[in-house]
Write a protein that binds this ligand. Structure first.
Ligand code: BEZ
Ligand code: FE
Length: 289
């Protein structure tokens, strides 16, 4: 085909997929090409603008390595991560909702026993967490693997501190026969997503702030149940309604209760104020939507 114009080019590109023998790939590529072309036509994209776009994507790729994933951040801040989470994580009534994974998860952090302090020296006010892992019938789920991670009082994850040789404010616990876990950590605070790369420039250029409301991340796995990736947010955070990655669900708000100095739930006596959080997670059985 010759003399392709701005209208006929879309079909010409789609015709080249005729020999694609992977049906799903063909579906995804067909839609992607259609929407990309429609986008360019709709905004009447100039060559200069598209070169700026290519430079932006190139800079995003250059900012990716085993510690930093700028493409995940781009997907998160454009709402694409939360869109896929919302579409693919329909849960039965009563099950805890999922939210974004984020880039700071580690699959094999240190393991802790019931009641231990996972902060491992992270800065922040003491927080004592108790939680239950239940199923949708309200029965406890024992031996669930609960992977926990969060930022410290400076709003930084341990993996964002290149000089730190150890894990802080993250760890794995297993639920007991009553489905319970308990641990000590530090109070999470709201924090900005990394802004020193192209995504930060995009947020600034489009008049957006980079903040996430304070939260603790949980990934919960138990045989016979769907894996749950979620957060528990502080219900008093100023950024709940403007989370830069659109991850807040009202069902995921937790009460982080402040206590004056004195006796803690695990029998310590502290000279400074501390916080407690109690939250129940409800897992959906495998194969149930
Ligand atoms: C996080 O909550 O850790 C996170 C999520 C999305 C982008 C950046 C950070
Ligand atoms: Fe986070």
């Amino acid at each position: 085909m010759v003399n392709i114009n701005e209208h006929s080019i879309t079909q010409a590109v789609l015709d080249r997929l005729d020999n694609c023998d992977n049906p799903r790939l063909k579906t995804v590529m067909t839609s992607l090409i259609r929407h990309l072309h429609d986008f360019a036509r709709e905004v009447q994209l100039s060559e200069e603008e598209w070169m700026t776009g290519i430079q932006f994507l190139t800079a995003t790729g250059h900012m990716c390595d085993d510690k930093r994933q700028e493409f995940i951040l781009l997907s998160d801040t454009l709402g694409l991560s939360m869109l896929t989470v919302a579409m693919q994580n329909a849960k039965p009534p009563g099950a805890t909702e999922a939210t974004v994974f984020g880039p700071f998860h580690i699959d094999h952090p240190p393991q802790y026993k019931d009641g231990e302090d996972i902060s491992n020296g992270a800065s922040g006010e003491p927080l004592f967490v108790t939680a239950r892992i239940l199923n949708t019938e309200g029965k406890p789920v024992p031996a669930a693997r609960v992977n926990i991670w969060q930022a410290d009082a400076d709003g930084l994850y341990d993996v964002q501190r290149p000089d730190l040789q150890t894990n802080q404010a993250r760890g794995i616990l297993h639920s007991d026969e009553q489905g319970r876990i308990a641990f000590q950590t530090v109070l999470p605070v709201s924090y900005p997503v990394p802004t020193d790369g192209p995504v930060g420039h995009m947020l600034l250029a489009t008049g957006r702030h980079p903040w996430r409301p304070a939260h603790v991340h949980f990934k919960i796995d138990a045989p016979g149940y769907q894996s749950l990736i979620t957060h528990v947010f502080r219900d008093d955070d100023a950024y709940l309604h403007s989370d830069v990655v659109f991850g807040v669900r009202s069902s995921l708000l937790g009460k982080y209760i402040k206590h004056e100095a004195g006796d803690t739930p695990d029998g310590q006596t502290l000279k400074t104020p501390f916080y407690t959080l109690n939250y129940d997670f409800v897992l959906a059985a495998e194969g149930v939507a």
